[in-house]
Write a protein that binds this ligand. Sequence first.
Ligand code: NAD
Length: 257
Amino acid sequence: MNLKGKTALVTGSTSGIGLGIALTLAREGANVILNGFGDVDGPKAQVAALGVKVGYHGADMSKPADIAAMQTYADAEFGGIDILVNNAGIQHVAPVQEFPVEKWDAIIAINLTSAFHTTRLALPGMLAKGWGRIINIASAHGLVASAQKSAYVAAKHGLVGFTKSVALETATTGVTVNAICPGWVLTPLVQKQVDALAAKDGVDNDEAKRRLLAEKQPSLQFTTPEELGALTVFLCTDAAVNVRGQAWAMDGGWTAV
Ligand code: NAD
């Protein structure tokens, strides 16, 4: 389980799931490059406290030129990327006929196309080293749909398909490519939906959380970033070398029903 000497780039890792995964990888000894917006010093200090090398690049994942600059930074400062976690993502909820075109474009760019760019840039270095892990954070919405999330569902289904295709291209190499499909995780992204539900139904925060879970997640428990980190770490082990092109649901039974 020891990832000492490996470098992980986790996109969108200044908060939520990405930060949880970055911290779990760092606990296993991996050096970490953080990415994302908002508070950077806090997450950097949390990772550094685990005794690994930590970096940050503020690439906007909707911009291919930024992503290329982040790869250049990773090559120069860390000797490349061994573990690529494509996690950055946004969401917008609206009926399709009212869905703003710019929101559609942003969701497809950040949640799907960014993984194409990071992968095509990081993969040659992994193949040259003979070892690599690419882990795409999709969603239960990459396996099943919900209404009013057309762009998000399309992007996450696309990310699962992209995962499978690249896994087949790399099947005989030391690079594995998989997706993880979380159900509800109580991050800032989901708290916004809890707030909207509380306002719509006129209920408090706890009742809104209960209703959100009851609608989709049979376990009635949120998945945590740390649990998703543990699955990510497993996919990085040598024992997982034959796990290729899979979409791992960690969703409290959401997609089992
Ligand atoms: P979050 O809002 O807490 O964090 C998102 C991260 O992405 C932040 O660090 C943010 O700064 C970064 N980010 C946003 N736009 C960016 C951009 N253009 N460029 C670079 N970074 C950007 O969200 P989260 O809930 O932790 O979600 C992380 C991933 O997990 C997303 O892909 C999301 O779709 C997926 N996911 C979340 C849940 C959930 O229940 N929270 C469930 C399934 C899948």
